[in-house]
Design a protein around this ligand. Structure first.
Ligand code: SF4
Length: 65
């Protein structure tokens, strides 16, 4: 599974980082940095990835199998 981020939609709310800090980081300027950008997420983090995409208030995240 991969997480795809739409940076044009992301508003830096940080809910994804709160939900899954192993997968998402925001820098000091509120820019999103998915930890596994362009790579498969470890299987044991897949449920967290799904949960985190669900909390984004602007639907900037989606998962891809
Ligand atoms: S929750 Fe959504 S809007 Fe907020 S930082 Fe994460 S991707 Fe961006």
């Amino acid at each position: 599974m991969r997480v795809i981020a739409d940076y044009d939609r992301c508003e830096g709310h940080g809910l994804c980082e709160e939900q899954a800090p192993d997968l998402f980081r925001l820098d000091d300027e509120g820019r999103l940095h998915p930890v596994y950008e362009g790579r498969d997420i470890p299987a044991d983090l897949a449920a967290k990835a799904t949960a985190a995409t669900g909390v984004c208030p602007v639907a900037a995240l989606r998962t891809q199998r």
